[in-house]
Unconditional design. Sequence first.
Length: 255
Amino acid sequence: MKLSRVILILFCLALFGGCASSSPRMAEVRAFAAQSPHLGAYHELTERYRTTYQREQPFLSPAADLRERQLDQQRQASSADFAKLQTGVQAYMQALGRLAGDNQYDLEDQVKSMSSGIKAWPDSGIDERHVNAYAGLTRLVTRALTRPAQDSAVGELLRDGHQAMEELLGAMRTLLRLYDKSSDNEQKIVLGMLETELPFVDTRRDRLLLALSRSLQHDKQAEYHLVGVRNTQAQQNLAAIEQAHRALFNQIPQQ
């Protein structure tokens, strides 16, 4: 009889655990975590921002080159922290998915990357509020790794991480606007130089140079258009993630 009671208890625990992970709310949390790859557009634009000077340099005057080289030093120093914002938000989303019963996420490397924190970059719109939010989210994700998959753990992480998540998504939106402004400036430099110099090319003697320059001009115009589209998509992805996160947060009992 005792063995039968133990088997019955284990069966009930497994049944209840399965019900928790298969509940509609847990399915919504797993679906939310599955949106984390949509942050890839932000990552691509961060990397493009970091390499701005490499694309601009052939088109710069000596005076402009000195100015842009100094800006490049700032971009190189700050871009690692800008990229970490995506790491933190993605780790939080996937930690929620893991607590909701999705075992595909291995967060140890992400948590290790987050442990060094980020610095404030006031000129770019990243201040101490965002630094503290990132540190807080790091602690929450680290703690989540030791928790079993269950509804209460999901609710606790949503409740404790909501404000930090809002802050970091806001920081990423601010940076996307910075990236867009930087791309516009790069476009003015590159296309401006081509538009200024092309009229002076000797169409009879330098036909090949003219053809190559016009081809480059066309390619660059298409490139900057696509970057603008990608930035808009990244903004939309952040808005969708924020909306879905807020909907999950509003479902949990508030203490």
